[in-house]
Design a protein around this ligand. Structure first.
Ligand code: FES
Ligand code: FES
Length: 212
């Protein structure tokens, strides 16, 4: 039986900030993001790598986070829908061109589209989103939104651009891998470097600053 003593600290970059999580190395990245890091924009649909609802980017490539053990992202860059901050052109385009209804598939669709890079062709979009299922809209509105927005034309601003990458980085994490045998991840701390504050600007060394 696996115990919590099997937990390990795993460090990676999450939406541009350093993240450290104590988790079993085989815990699903999806669970770590949602339950430990509180990033519930990443959805769970099938849990078996078939629907794409759990899509996130790892080093710019779209992956199904329900199939990725968290140990796989150690030292790598993970981007979730929260990392686009609601300001990505694709997010606006989905709303404007009827690319979303219930919204359950939308985070995965948008991240899969970001991975396509700027100005994808219709064929690129069809191929790149082949692993993402939408039960509401049909796909015309989604394809139209991606093509009209120019794909990830401004994704390079957030360090996510990866033109030409293809989806489906399947890993050896077996489908349904004994979720019951892998303990849930415990905690996730995220630290973003902050701009220098008033005291730092005044040249006061950190140890002499008093908490207020
Ligand atoms: S939840 Fe369906 S592919 Fe991950
Ligand atoms: S908008 Fe509902 S599943 Fe796609």
């Amino acid at each position: 039986m696996t115990t919590r003593s099997a937990f390990r600290p795993i460090v990676f970059t999450l939406n541009g900030a350093r993240a450290s999580v104590r988790a079993h190395p085989m815990a699903r990245l999806l669970d770590v993001l949602r339950e430990s890091c509180g990033l519930t924009g990443t959805k769970e649909g099938c849990g078996e790598g078939e629907c794409g609802a759990c899509t996130v980017l790892v080093d710019g490539r779209a992956v199904n986070s329900c199939l990725v053990p968290v140990a796989h992202v150690a030292g790598r860059k993970v981007l979730t829908i929260e990392g686009l901050k609601g300001r990505h052109p694709l997010q606006r385009a989905f709303a404007e061109h009827g690319g979303t209804q219930c919204g359950f598939c939308t985070p995965g669709m948008i991240l899969a589209a970001v991975a396509l890079g700027p100005h994808p062709t219709l064929e690129d979009v069809r191929r790149g989103l082949a692993g993402n299922i939408c039960r509401c809209t049909g796909y015309e509105g989604i394809y139209r939104a991606i093509l009209k927005s120019g794909g990830a034309s401004r994704a390079s601003d957030s360090g996510t651009r990866n033109a030409g990458s293809t989806r489906q980085e399947k890993t050896s994490h077996a489908k349904g891998e004994a979720r019951s045998r892998v303990p849930r991840p415990a905690s996730c701390s995220r630290r973003r470097s902050r701009p220098a504050g008033r005291l730092a600007k005044a040249g006061v060394p950190p140890r002499r600053r008093r908490r207020t």
